[in-house]
Design a protein around this ligand. Sequence first.
Ligand code: CZF
Ligand code: MG
Length: 196
Amino acid sequence: MKDMIIATKNSGKTKEFKTFFAEYDINAMSLPELSHEIEDIEETGTTFEENAALKAEQIAELLQIPVLADDSGLVIDALDGRPGVFSARFAGEPKDDQKNIDKVLAELEGVADRTARFVCVLAVSVPGEKTVFKKGYCDGRIADAQAGHNGFGYDPIFIPKGYPQTMAQLSSDEKNRISHRSDAIHQLRDWVKNLR
Ligand SMILES: O=c1[nH]c(=O)c2ncn([C@@H]3O[C@H](COP(=O)(O)OP(=O)(O)OP(=O)(O)O)[C@@H](O)[C@H]3O)c2[nH]1
Ligand SMILES: [Mg+2]
């Protein structure tokens, strides 16, 4: 089994990557699983691409091995695209999923247009090579109230297009079939197959 380093400290993302990569006989390892502690990478970019590159390139440079990073978030039309790249810390530091959900619901109170999408940008950095990017989407809308306990982040308030329930009410298998992360990962298929 090959190892793949995922430059993330988010346990929800990590669980999803482990499931995806197990299919290719790849052991996806997140930063907290490494033997030495890795400092947080500052996400100073203004786009998902910039932040994904910062995470992938800095960790690949440090470890001198191929690294994949994920920068993702929730883009809400009625909020002019917010929380967007600030999704993790929308309600301030330290990041808190419940506070983020409460803030979105409060800002959308009485708002009829609830269309939104999850976006996931994956950056793969191989030392000495140009970084490769893949972008995935999942369209949907923001629920009036939160429901469900699966997944992470904003899943309890995100209703994927064509579904009656929230992402957090879907099984992990179902989420992994339709999510922005799965959309992006599937575009990496050929690269993953050639990984040595
Ligand atoms: O309901 C959700 N289902 C998802 O599938 C999902 N994917 C991303 N998000 C939100 O967007 C932030 C990413 O921010 P982000 O890419 O900077 O990650 P992070 O800071 O949590 O971890 P790291 O990978 O940077 O270490 C996350 O914290 C979440 O709030 C999601 N919410
Ligand atoms: Mg982050």
